[in-house]
Design a protein around this ligand. Structure first.
Ligand code: COA
Length: 157
């Protein structure tokens, strides 16, 4: 398994995986993925030895240089490949990018998504709020989670 920049050619499979992972929560269509790439988001693909797309993740970056803010917009692993460390590898790569930018990271996660919440907590995220009925059409609530920006001196040290 290797991580590489997400390419337009991966998007058909991304959309299929989205529909498996988020059936009741408005899975992204191809247009949504294209818009994220057009906006210059930091998107990665996890690709198997056989060249199959096993997972994807993306970090959106906002704000002026020196005062960046980032958000994990999506992270998904094909159920056939879950539980093998791919989600962890994707998240770590996004966090490395955020750390290079010295930027905090925000995300939303369903309040009942224990696997994802544990993964985020292990990587320095904490819950900072609840968004009621954030996901549609399911009406599920989300936690907003945040990971602090890495301090400049911590990077240097
Ligand atoms: C969350 C997700 C990206 C993790 O990807 P992954 O490749 O399975 O992750 P890893 O193998 O690195 O494991 C990360 C943790 O999730 C746990 N996990 C993975 N799949 C799981 C599952 N189906 N059920 C319960 N726990 C699971 C792992 O056990 C591990 O936790 P642990 O170290 O405490 O045991 C993946 O489960 C997924 O795509 N879920 C659906 C989409 C989603 O919820 N995305 C996040 C939206 S905010």
């Amino acid at each position: 398994m290797r991580l590489e920049p997400l390419r337009r050619g991966h998007l058909r499979r991304c959309v299929e995986i989205e529909h498996i992972l988020f059936p009741g929560d408005s899975p992204w269509n191809a247009r949504a993925f294209h818009a994220e790439l057009d906006a210059g988001g930091y998107y990665l693909a996890a690709v198997t030895e056989e060249g199959e797309l096993a997972g994807y993740a993306g970090l959106a970056v906002a704000g002026p240089r020196g005062d960046r803010e980032t958000s994990v917009h999506t992270i998904g692993v094909d159920p056939a490949y879950q539980g093998r460390g791919i989600g962890t590898a994707l998240l770590r790569a996004l966090l490395e990018r955020a750390d290079e930018l010295r930027a905090p990271v925000f995300l939303e996660v369903r309040t009942d998504n224990d696997a994802a919440i544990r993964l985020y907590e292990r990587h320095g995220f904490s819950r900072i709020g609840v968004r009621k009925r954030y996901y549609q059409p399911s009406g599920a609530d989300a936690y907003t989670m945040m990971r602090q920006a890495r301090e400049a001196q911590e990077v240097a040290g």
